[in-house]
Design a protein around this ligand. Sequence first.
Ligand code: HEM
Length: 489
Amino acid sequence: MTQEAYVTQGPLTTEAGAPVADNQNSETAGVGGPVLIQDQSLLEKLAHFNRERIPERVVHARGAGAYGTFTLTRDVSRWTRAAFLSEVGKQTETFLRFSTVAGNLGSADAVRDPRGFALKFYTEDGNYDLVGNNTPVFFIKDAIKFPDFIHTQKRDPYTGSQEADNVWDFWGLSPESTHQVTWLFGDRGIPATLRHMNGYGSHTYQWNNAAGEIFWVKYHFKTDQGIKNLTQEEANKLAGEDPDSHQRDLRESIESGDFPSWTVQVQIMPAAEAANYRFNPFDLTKVWPHEDYPPIEIGKLELNRNPENVFAEVEQSIFSPAHFVPGIGPSPDKMLQGRLFAYGDAHRYRVGINADHLPVNRPHATEARTNSRDGFLYDGRHKGAKNYEPNSFGGPFQTDKPLWSATAVSGATGTHEAPGHAEDSDFVQAGNLYRLMSEDEKSRLIENLAGFIAKVSRDGIAERAVNNFRQADGDFGKRLEAAVQALRG
Ligand code: HEM
């Protein structure tokens, strides 16, 4: 559908529906006199305009979204009892919001940054949100570091700009970021469009089957359009010429009936294998190598409908890693655990306590039945129903069936580091990624990294940053050091 379809009929009115006689001239006391307070049409218009913005997302502010369909193509019932994953051929409505991370709402699309890949499944058991990125790993592994990390990516409190010093100071002092940073400065760091990149759930999640058995799972969404990226030079040019390039591309391709799709795969680890796996399977800075857990194709995701109103459906859309459905649950990943709190809290601040009631956010294949009521912009959906439980008037009741299976814990409380496994190190997978790259790709990676590292104001920051890559791979470190030195003189 294109914009022409949305035609408004009839006279312009006030918010209360009264016809507006003059939308060109405000009402004055005499010709050339001051404006009158009785011109409610003017006052209402100015006041409404002043309140058009809501707080932008503190991260991932810049984004584009579309509705679609998920189709299950493989029987996965031995691993999960999730109803929307119960039958081959079953289709579930979805909404996907893509985003960049660091830029503000009006920033350009063609930049080097991870892309958010936030997917809502409107299932019959309520909404299931998978709030991932286009990368399978992340920069840090404990939620307590997230605000510090994001501060270094955003504008400096004094200069008001993103500062190379802050970015590289933090990354250099956080060796666990080496894998994600190597990925980000490689070819996939600037996707050509939102359609030409993969999506990942990134974290490990729990699937549980009808018998209550636990499987640890990682999700992959492989683009059917093929991977296409921009070089740094191409991106610099495009970001200047068409800051909305990705958003526009997505909308136009769906408008023209060229629906993008992704093949959905999962890696599955039986619960008993987690304790002795060579890497900590809940460490978000690491992948599960495919030779250990081969990806299994389970479905197809297609985007086929544009939102009708970007503010209502994209800006006000909310996604939470805590939105699970029966058969799916969290893992002990410390990042994920922090995220289970952060998103709902952000939504209540950014969109309000009734954010879940908005059309894009509410369940589409079932209804929400809670005893929560009222608050700003409550729409009266529950009409006169009782608002407490238990009640003897036929109100909603608890099921006594937890969404996910219980996991065993041991030891004392404390601010523990997540346990290390036999082959865990902050550098091993970054080095493997580097060694997988072609010679050309390695050269572009070094050039991209060096160009940014060279901007820092202190040698110590540059040296620490380079040292992390040196530990990942000796050749990587040597070449990067030379390239940084050549630029810094
Ligand atoms: C502990 C670490 C993290 C914290 C505390 C955190 C927090 C947040 C917050 C507060 C928002 C804004 C939500 C809103 O206003 O609606 C957000 C957005 C987002 N985050 Fe995170 N985040 C973390 C890590 C991650 C990771 C690891 C990923 C991906 C694997 C991720 C993916 C996203 C995406 C895709 C969005 C945008 C959602 C949308 O489109 O509305 N975040 N995050």
